[in-house]
Design a binder for this molecule. Sequence first.
Ligand SMILES: [Zn+2]
Length: 134
Amino acid sequence: MKENDFLCPQCRGQLKPNNKIIFSVKTKDGSVGLMLLSPHLGEYSVVKHKSFKLIDGEHLEVYCPICHENLGDQHEHKDLAKVLMINGEDKEYEIVFSLIVGQKCTYKVLGEDVEPFGEDADEYFNFWGEAPTY
Ligand SMILES: [Zn+2]
């Protein structure tokens, strides 16, 4: 089966050249670095250089490494960012994730359908309205 692809919503460039999603990141104090994330929704391992320090609870600016669009600007909520995911059946979803370091929540969105991932998923879920009944 074909693996999921992750695209920048602005330039539609491939954010996952191999097995990790790559973002360019800036912290509050202005330090910059690359952050590699797992393409498996709900898995929050982060690969980065050891000199690039992230502080739990701080708000990150996350950029497309190709066109440098601020991915936080792609979502209405100030603490959420958005990318696109194309699954093995060429179906396109919006993937919404938190910009707060240490917050484990991701949302897979297709129209009105929102599927939450991560232990902190309740944090922003009411952004989409009623909690699901499943
Ligand atoms: Zn881009």
